[in-house]
Design a protein around this ligand. Sequence first.
Ligand code: CUA
Length: 357
Amino acid sequence: MRRPGVQMAVIGVVASVIITAITLLIDWFPEQASTSAHDVDLLYDVLLLVSVPIFVLVMTVAIYSVIRFRARPGDERDGEPLHGNAPLEIAWISIPFVLVSALAVYGWVVLNHQEDPQPDTMLVNVRAGQFAWRFEYPQPGGQSVRSNELYLPKDRPVRFRIKTDDVIHSFWIPEFRIKQDAVPGVVTITQTTPSRAGDFHVVCAELCGVGHSTMRQQVHVMEGDRFASWIGARRQALVAAAPEPGRQIFTTYGCGGCHTLEDAGSAAETGPSLDGLAEVHDKRNPRLSLEAYVRQSIVDPKALVVPGFRPDGMPANYSRQLTRGEIDALVDYLARASSSSSGSGIAAVRPAAGPPR
Ligand code: CUA
């Protein structure tokens, strides 16, 4: 063919159409499981549609020129001198500039839309560490439900606050089309709305050490009511495992230094045993309620001294050392911990070792 420019253009256009069609037909991503997945996939297709033809055209010109214009054996001539081509230079600067700027704006619009504030957004704190993810669901009252797998309700917006305990990781859920780095010293945020129930994966997408490839865990998207019962059960377990404030006061103020109380792990015998206190109380002073009897014994220990113990053995200044709230908590705790049949959730304690001395 006489005109290499025309020949190149024809080959380039045909190759572009074929290769672009192939790249668009390939299924690049897993199933779409969030409301923003479709927008991201469309953005990706537009990027392919714009960049693949340019790449193929450039490669066509390069490969064609290498083959067609190579020096023949024995050809020692210099190449033809060239002095630039202003229209061509303007074209190859301005067209890419417009294309790249437009794509940047388009990408920004998609990202911005994904991060739009949504009503009724659930917050999940994500902790990255070599080499596992941990998830925390903040609860009213300051505690968090913790989980090693990510459980999410379908159709509810969720916002992830991402932190790392060590190096940079990247929080990636391919089915949701979200990815956000976890950076030391910084809290990063990403957001999505799961739109499909099922099991997916959260993957680390940043080389973070020898265990990087194992840093992937399950994501479970459930219907709203199933999620509610999951988090409800976790919340109950949290309450059951919460530290008993009365027991902490018992330990902090050294009550166990003198009194036996199995629930608090003390076995001292300087003062009366508090195990089976309820039965002792029933026999000794049924006119006062158990709580009132315990309270009196703390704030006014001389009022009723258990026979066989020194009247000044119990310091009389606890009513000044402890706040009113602390005394309330301690009384409540002792009344429950010392009665073997309270059923209050405190481990059952053994009955009194014997009748009061
Ligand atoms: Cu964490 Cu890779």
